[in-house]
Design a protein. Structure first.
Length: 263
């Protein structure tokens, strides 16, 4: 039964990694043009022409996602003092590369320049440790770790069953248990990372001031206001014109979709 689950589950993880790789491959199919465009954007940024840098980075991103491009785009927007777009692109970069300390530092720097002050949720130390550990490898790498560990589990189990010496059997039984746990953990981490990349339920407020209302209507009661750069979680995404959002403190309300940009 477990083998069947592995065979069905892991290809989806590997496929996610393959999709990102394919994007990168397509993105670099015309390497000369890409390098020139990237060099143009970097040159414009260094020269202080941030508007040109933004334009080129945006065009490059239409051909494939990249944490480094999102990061550079966020830096260009930051220099233009457009904190909402800077935060949006830092968040997108962090979604692809959650372990990058430079991205997180610049994101916090941009947040410090917004009106709304938000405190990150405090995580229990072992939850924070788990997240840091999970971010060490990519989805596809965790998928291969799960496959390799499961194959080693099968081999260890076979050696345990067919082994003759008691000490050897005991040793391979321990190995089988360890490899099974490793395979399960790698599988779970892979699915967790895939969910982070595919379930996009957070957004950034892009308008300078946005009124959050009690109902999805302009006549709804005004609950509170948010300012550009604020990160929110989308609770109800069923409607086109309005979205129900939730803040870190649990406050909920409705906001016009045109005022948000999904991370």
């Amino acid at each position: 039964m477990f083998l069947i689950l592995i065979l069905f589950a892991l290809p989806s993880l590997a496929q996610e990694g393959d999709t990102l790789s394919a994007q990168s491959f397509n993105f670099a199919s015309d390497s000369t043009r890409t390098e020139v465009s990237k060099a143009l954007a970097d040159s414009a940024y260094s020269a202080g022409d941030y508007a040109t840098a933004v334009d080129v980075y945006e065009r490059l991103l239409t051909e494939g996602e990249s944490a480094s491009l999102y990061y550079n785009l966020g830096n260009a927007y930051y220099k233009e003092e457009d904190m909402a777009h800077a935060i949006l692109n830092y968040e997108r970069a962090l979604r692809l590369d959650p372990a990058n300390k430079d991205i997180r530092f610049n994101l916090n720097l941009a947040r410090s320049k917004t009106i709304d002050r938000v405190s990150e949720k405090m995580e229990i130390f072992f939850v924070r440790w788990f997240h840091n550990f999970a971010n060490l490898l990519s989805i596809s790498t965790w998928a291969w770790v799960a496959i390799a560990a499961f194959l080693l589990f099968i081999c260890s189990l076979a050696l345990f069953v067919f082994g003759r010496k008691r000490g050897v059997k005991k040793l391979f039984f321990i190995f089988a248990c360890l490899f099974l746990v490793l395979s399960l953990c790698a599988n779970g981490i892979g699915f967790s990372q895939k969910k982070r990349l595919t379930v996009r339920d957070t957004a950034i407020v892009m308008d300078p001031i946005v009124v959050v209302r009690s109902t999805p209507s302009a006549t709804g009661t005004e609950l509170f206001v948010l300012h550009e750069g604020r990160k929110v979680t989308i609770k109800d995404n069923a409607m086109t014109a309005w979205k129900e959002i939730e803040l870190e403190d649990g406050n909920v309300g409705w906001i016009e979709a045109k005022s948000l940009e999904v991370i």
